[in-house]
Design a protein around this ligand. Structure first.
Ligand SMILES: [Zn+2]
Ligand SMILES: [Zn+2]
Length: 146
């Protein structure tokens, strides 16, 4: 039992050694090695793509009107665009606090409504007071629909 385990260990170490050695580069590579290298290549290519502006422009665009937020475009009348492209002033206090909110593209897409990440710098109580009128409006709207 023990000897078997030892042998398995030894072969595992030697496999690692051949993969690491640089001389194997010029030799004919095994199908496994080919698969590993092409996988590596694909991963690198995807990583590079993710950092490219093309990908960002693809990611940060409005599915509703087609504005490319990444290029600073937005349509003020569009629900998914909201009031900004990549950033917008604090929507909670109407930019009184000076905070900047950033676009959450994933949430904007899945809810088909502009979604922003950020924190209002005003004190909690003040934020609450500012949000209350809109809650009243919302309730009024709900009452109307019933
Ligand atoms: Zn839009
Ligand atoms: Zn604010």
């Amino acid at each position: 039992m023990d000897t078997r385990e030892d042998r398995a260990d030894a072969s595992a170490t030697s496999t690692t050694a051949t993969t690491v050695s640089a001389s194997s580069f010029c030799q004919q590579i095994s199908p496994e090695e080919y698969a590993r290298q092409s996988q590596e290549y694909t991963r690198n290519a995807i990583e590079a793509l993710k950092q490219s502006s093309e990908y960002m422009a693809y990611l940060y665009r409005c599915h509703h009107c087609g504005s490319v937020w990444y290029h600073g475009q937005y349509n003020p009348g569009c629900v998914q665009c909201g009031d900004g492209a990549m950033i917008r002033p604090c929507p909670i206090c109407n930019s009184r606090c000076g905070a900047v909110f950033t676009r959450d593209a994933e949430m904007s897409h899945s809810f088909n409504k502009a979604h922003w990440n950020g924190n209002c710098r005003l004190p909690r109580e003040e934020q609450f007071r500012l949000l209350l009128p809109s809650m009243d409006e919302l309730c009024a709207e709900l009452d109307d629909t019933v």
